[in-house]
Design a protein around this ligand. Sequence first.
Ligand SMILES: Cc1ncc(C[n+]2csc(CCOP(=O)(O)OP(=O)(O)O)c2C)c(N)n1
Length: 512
Amino acid sequence: MIGAQALIRTLTGCGVDVCFSNPGTSEMHFVAALDDVPEMRGVLCLFEGAATGAADGYGRMTGRPAAALLHLGPGLANGLANLHNARRAHTPLLVVAGDHATWHKPLDPPLESDIDALAGAVSAWVQRPARSDEVAGAAASAVAAAMAPPGGVATLILPADVSWSGGAVPVPALPVPAPAPVTDEVVGAVAAALRSGEPCVLLLGGEGMHRAGLEAASRVAQAGARMLGETFPSRHERGAGLPAIDRLAYLAEFAVSQLGDVRHLILAGARAPVSFFAYPGKPSWLAPAGCQVHRLAEAGDDVCGALTALADLVAPGTKPVLQEPERPALPDGELTAESAAAVIGALLPEGAIVSDEANTSGLWLPGATAGAPPHDWLTLTGGAIGQGLPCAVGAALACPGRRVIALQADGSALYTLQSLWTLAREGLDALVVLLANRRYRILQVELARAKVAEPGPAARALTSLAPPEIDWVGLARALGVPAARATTVEELDAALRTALAEPGPRLVEAVL
Ligand SMILES: Cc1ncc(C[n+]2csc(CCOP(=O)(O)OP(=O)(O)O)c2C)c(N)n1
């Protein structure tokens, strides 16, 4: 058996059976070996950022890594932004980065670059097997490393001769450690803060935003804390029948006012909140001075276990408060981000998986969908745009039978729009609602916040997406996705209903 075959067999034995791929010459033996191991599904992505973002979406939904097959340093570099988002999401994800043959590399051929440095920027684990009989062991270690709590990117660098040489043998999966338990002392100290009578905020992140974490947190809240979610959770389970939670705002001034006069900030799977960017004369730290930060559970800890133990201590016998079913009424009037959100809230199907890269057009979405039937909400964890469409591909592949809804701002969509083609090629049930405001609106907001009262033509040109006006319906159709345009609330309502009644991918451009 050659290295590539043993690698793929080991991966499928470890539960890794999807490989989002954009290969090159150094990966040809891996590509050929896919036909020897039919358990592995190779999915062609037409840009590496589309492949890594898809692997991120897949890993968020399954808790298991997908592989992303990338071509040497430049291929890995093209995939880095979405690997950065995956790293921030703690997504289990396996990168297989092909490299030159071991004897060819020192000759400095044109595609030679420092793959290890690129991989190191986003990976929790990097290894480069030197011989074909090492590759299977490295693959099993990579999967275990990717899945080790809290989850991360593992990068296996695969030299071409290691891939094509014989003498390789698959190995079984390695055990994955459980999340670290949180001690009674830590839980007791947080309970004491809750009993102090001073204002407490319970900030949830990671697993804390899943149903079990939210239910336990809702009980804790009844002992005298306010619940907030991290700004960009990896996967937020929400909707009717789950505890409702507001997320910490993206803009620092709103986040500061949400935290208010908190004296005890209790972190459960979330990081201590800092503003996204620094502004002259403004603090980067969002909690008020004098606020004490309590770390109940870090990302790799048993977040839900810690919240449950805390709830049993401070709120025994209580039940979580659950969101009632509720849908917005269909609004009249013109199509705006606000009215579009109401239409989406009115129609969001049960079990939907929302890939949210709506950016400024998404302001009204959480409110409009809070009481929709239960659904999952995936967000832009690392702030590197171009993630929404790839993430939708991965989520749709991970969860057949569930409808993926990509709520997608136009500027960000243009980074990885090739993902539409993969939706079509794989026949995935994904509806893209393309929120077309034809600008980089957030940057226009930031210009105003930087006190640029009247941006000049040069600044305006760098934040506007028209002219020329982008034809989203034409783009989608060209990439194999049926599409329609909506310019009124009624048209959006009708187009979404039609799209949701059909299987397969659809795009509806909502002109805002
Ligand atoms: C990889 C990456 N490149 C650039 C940026 C900077 N950036 C942040 S938002 C944005 C524009 C977003 O425009 P759009 O997606 O249309 O959303 P809108 O602001 O209009 O709501 C840019 C360029 C970024 N965050 N990440």
